[in-house]
Design a protein around this ligand. Structure first.
Ligand code: PMP
Length: 398
């Protein structure tokens, strides 16, 4: 069972008098009290992790977090969980890490569904290495064209990056199947951008069979500045470190440097300890809630919105073929930014713009969209407030 009201009460945001109706959860989620408590507790204490005998307690919590993430996504080992600052840094760690393995004439496959974190990063790496980029088209239901994928794969394909769930339309790609296709037709490594998926589907990394998976804690009730690069040990072993420095080495002399094993080899410098420890607390707390039912609640709210917007012949909807908690739309003849401003003035927080996914917007054929994205703490009353505000805004813009 999932009790949305009880879940909502975990978030101090809603206790503020001036809290606006927050419908921008795909950008970042609100933070539960447990995160604030764990963060304060850490900052009241002293020291670092993995440095001294006296920091044993913090170190234990820090490593417990790694283990908790491993369980949460069913990765093959704690050592296959690398802390990063977010999805973007996780993807950059892979892209930069593979530079020694990508040669002139090699090929990298991305798709129109990709967030700039993938799209831009792989473009730059391809350029640096003299590799060729294939951009897979999206079909009219926003799914990746699997025939185009199969045709693009060959012995020169080094990596295929997939967006798991789109931050633009909420479309979930059949990742497991797409990865199977990659395996059948090439030796390429696979990377899954799970920035959105992490809070919407139960991820089983070993079943997905992806080589790399990236996500950010802030999209799943966690702190900013912490993310995860997870993957197969064999794939992670191939990466050259993005950064060099302390704690990623076992022995340093004037003659030779010996690197530490995973995960430390890819985690140079003092980490974001507060972020990791707070994320540990959040994941422990989250385990008490029925993840699947919580997601159903968020989707049901989004579906109500879709049904009502569909009835407006002036509204163009861009949504996934399957139910999802994201609703992108435009109103014909009305600038999305004007609408968003009028909604913001009525305390409705939603996103407008290109969603860091310009190629996706080009595919949709619009310069921008308005986007509502729901979380399990949202309510039917908030949907109502959105429609009341929308009606007023549209009347003003008429
Ligand atoms: N990929 C997707 C699908 C996203 O939605 C986002 C965040 N909007 C990112 C990547 C980048 O995440 P971050 O900014 O936390 O690194």
């Amino acid at each position: 069972m999932f009790y949305p009201e009880q879940f909502r009460q975990q978030f101090p945001y809603f206790k503020q008098k001036d809290a606006v109706v927050y419908l921008d959860n795909a950008a970042t989620t609100l933070k539960p009290q447990i995160l604030i408590d764990a963060t304060s507790e850490f900052y009241v204490s002293a020291g670092s992790v993995h440095r001294s005998q006296y920091d044993a307690k913090q170190t234990a919590l820090y490593e417990q977090a790694r283990s908790r993430v491993r369980q949460f996504i069913n990765a093959e080992s704690d050592n296959a969980i690398i802390w990063t600052s977010g999805t973007t840094q996780a993807i950059n760690t892979v892209a930069n890490g593979l530079i020694p393995h990508i040669h002139a004439g090699d090929e990298i496959i991305i798709s129109e569904a990709d967030h700039h974190a993938n799209f831009v990063t792989w473009h730059e790496i391809a350029q640096k290495c003299g590799a060729k980029i294939h951009i897979l088209p999206l079909l009219d239901n926003w799914l990746i064209d699997e025939n185009a994928l199969v045709s693009a794969l060959n012995e020169r394909t080094k990596l295929v990056a997939f967006n798991f769930i789109s931050n633009v339309t909420g479309t979930e790609q059949p990742i497991k199947y797409l990865i199977q296709l990659v395996r059948q037709h090439s030796q390429a490594l696979t990377l899954v951008d799970a920035a959105q998926a992490i809070s919407h589907v139960k991820i089983d990394l070993q079943k997905l069979d992806a080589d790399f998976l990236a996500f950010s804690a802030h999209k799943i009730y966690g702190p900013n500045g912490i993310g995860v690069l997870a993957g197969k040990l064999a794939a992670l072993e191939q990466l050259q470190p993005l950064q060099y420095g302390g704690k990623m080495v076992t022995d340093v002399s004037k003659d030779a440097i010996h690197f530490a094993p995973l995960p430390y080899r890819l985690e140079a410098g003092t980490p974001n300890i507060a972020g990791v420890i707070a994320f540990n607390a959040v994941l422990e707390w989250l385990a008490q809630w029925d993840f699947i039912q919580a997601e159903k609640h968020a989707i049901a709210l989004a579906e109500q919105v879709k049904v009502r917007l569909k009835n407006d012949k002036n509204c163009q909807l861009f949504t996934s073929p399957e139910p999802s908690s994201v609703v992108s739309f435009v109103f014909n003849g009305i600038a999305s930014s004007d609408l968003a401003t009028l909604l913001a003035e009525q305390n409705i927080a939603l996103r407008t713009g290109v969603h860091c996914a310009m190629p996706y917007l080009s595919r949709l054929g619009v310069p921008n969209t308005l986007r509502l994205s729901f979380a399990p703490y949202n309510t039917a009353r908030e949907v109502e407030l959105f429609f009341q505000a929308l009606e007023k805004a549209l009347a003003l813009l008429d």
